[in-house]
Every structure is written in structure tokens, then in C-alpha cells.
Design a binder for this molecule. Sequence first.
Ligand code: SF4
Length: 415
Amino acid sequence: MTEAKQPKRKVIKTAAAMGKYMADYYYELDNAAKTGERKIAWCTSVGPAEILRTMGFVVYFPETHAAMLGSTRMSTDLIPHATALGYSPEVCSYMTADIGAYLQKQTPLTKTFKGIEGIPKPDVLVYNTNQCRDVQDWFGFYAREFNAPILGISGNVTVNASTDAIVTGVALQMQDLIAPLEEISGNAFDMDKLKEVVGLSRQCSDTWKQVLEAASATPSPLTFFDGCTLMGPAVVGRGTPEAVKLYKQLLAELEERVAQKDGAIENERFRLYWDGMPVWGRLSAHSKLFASLDTNVLASTYCSSWIFSALDAEDPFNSMAKAYTDLFIVRSEDYKEAYIKEKLEMYQVDGIIYHDAKTCPNNSNCRYGMSNRIQEKTGIPSLVIDGDLNDLRCVSDEQTKTNVEAFIEQLEESK
Ligand code: SF4
């Protein structure tokens, strides 16, 4: 992708500390895998991480690994190896890239972190289908490969409101995890420890929310593309004091920048909202493309996925059940429409980009008329970009560039 100009984009200082946190996290996992001193649990990104941490597991998130396969642009060549095993090229390309990488004995971890030789072998795999069914199939593959136990929660989808019946059902499923996890970990469940972990997770969530909301300032100190990399500790480190500390540091940096009116891009003329996932292999290219058009894509549905405002340390099981059912991805079309409309107002945006990700219908919200309905009701125009999170064969750089440029021209004319 060629850019007309190379705009200045602000470097976020706390990103270096975030990078170190992620390195420490992977070294801790690697150490557990090599020494066997601690048991390893694999968990889906919005799975019951708090329970696993309470039980003493070191927690590995395959989705974060899959995003690395995307951002390092390794995924497109690896997906066909999963396809050869019968996994359709149309199912989640996080899953197919990750399975392809495993089959080819490749991982970006070895290149990024010296001394790490591979992904950590699971002692148990724990999923929640709140986000999609693919995670169950993904973890099922590895359960067979490693002959490891697999546990799961069947989450609800297309939920309008998280009723008591839904919350009770999910909370009971979470409680059912305890006995097998005690057996696998060799540790007794400790309710006080769970309360502490849930409390830390809530603090992490609240601070991450404040970080994302800092983007409502004009000019915004943050871009969606920054958010995609800065959210790493919120995914892998929720429930730890270190993650809370990092987000407080990041928030302080952003608040200072807001006070100084120091925007994330040099000349913010247009403000956009992004629905859906990033194209990981084009994160930098897209960031530059929008900045070159004096446009800040400053908020998204995706980065907000790790806000769990219902978590309550005093009522851990019910509040976890509610928090992990109140996710945007779980909700009904009506709820999503109302949610996006509220965010458009809050962030004062000029337009919306919908990323229609070929292999993730769950995170693509433009397939049932939402973009038209929102445009009719708010007058805010939108653009649908066809693409994918990890499979770059589904991405046309030229078409994206042409469509984005035309969209910004349209915004310019109506200004
Ligand atoms: S939500 Fe989408 S990207 Fe995430 S695991 Fe499911 S299908 Fe894959």
C-alpha cells in the first residue's frame, strides 16, 4: 500500500512498558513449560481467566498468539495447512492460522522472545463459547493433539438483556469447573483468592475503559490502531496487579496529552469509529493510511471487548457470569445498534468504518442491515471494508485505499 504523505503519529511512551510486560508474560509461561513447576491452562480471550488464575495456573491465550501470527504476516501461508486437515478457509482464521502454525512447528514467539522454543503445552484447556463456537473446535483440536482435558462453558448469544436465568446458568457452569480444576492443578479452591483476583480484574477493566474513553477528547490522544496493541495486558493480565499499574500509567500519560491538546495524529480533521476486528497484517498500513488523510480512527467495538464492568469482588461467580454475558459480541442486534449510536455521540465521530471480516461473522456487524439503520437514524455515513483479521488473501489493499479515500472525500464535501 502506498501513501501520499508520511504523517506524524504520536508515540505512546507507556507502550515500551507494555511490551516488557508481554515479554515477561511469555517468559513466565515458557518457564512453567520447561520446569513443570506450575500447571498451564489455555483459556479463550473472554473465558474464565479469573478462576484459572485463582487455581494457580499460568494462563495462555491462543487468540493472542493467533493475533501475533496475523501481525507478523505469518498467518496467510499457514492457514492452508489447517485447510488440508479439513478446516474450511471460511472458518475463523485465528484458529486456522494457529493450527497451521502448530502443524508447521512455527511460532512468532521464537523470533520475538529469545530463548522461547515453542508454545507452552496445556495441562487443561478451558473455553467459553460466549464469543463463538469456533473456540470450542479450536481447543478441541489441541485437546486431541496433547491428550489434555478440555472444559467449557456454553455461553449465550444474541442476548438482549442478561436475565437472572442466564446469569444463574452461566454461574453454575463456572462453579462446575472448580472440582476438575482442583484435581488438575492439585490446589484447593480459595474463595478469598477468587475475590481478590476478580477485584483486580475489575480494576484493570475500569482503567482500560478510562484509557479508551480518553479518545473522546478533541484532538484524540489515541487511535484504534494504538488500542489494538495496548490492549495486550488487558487480555492476558487481567486479575493481576501489574496490569492495573500499567493502565494507570497509560491513563496518566493520555490525560497529560489531553490537557496539552496533543493529538495522536498531527492534524485531526475527521474522527471515525471502527466496528469489528483489525486487519492484523495491515495494522500499521491502515494507521498510516488514515493519518495521511488527517483522519483519526479513534474508537472501536473491538478494543472495548475487554471491559467487564459487571465484575464484583463480593459476588464473584454471578458477577463473572454477568460480565462475560454482557459483552458486545454476545448481544442482540437491537442492543448493538443502541450501543454504537451512544458511542458515536460520545466520541463525536464523522463516520463509521465497518470491517466485514470474512472468517469472523461474530465480530462483523454490517451483515444484517445495521450500517443502513444507523445511517438513517443518525445521518452519520459509513463505509464497509471487506477483509479479514488474519487471512490476507481476503484483503485488497488497492480497493481499501480507493474506498477509504473516496469516503474521506465525501466527508470533506459534507463538512
Ligand atoms: S470471535 Fe471471531 S476471531 Fe474470535 S475466535 Fe471466534 S471466530 Fe475467531
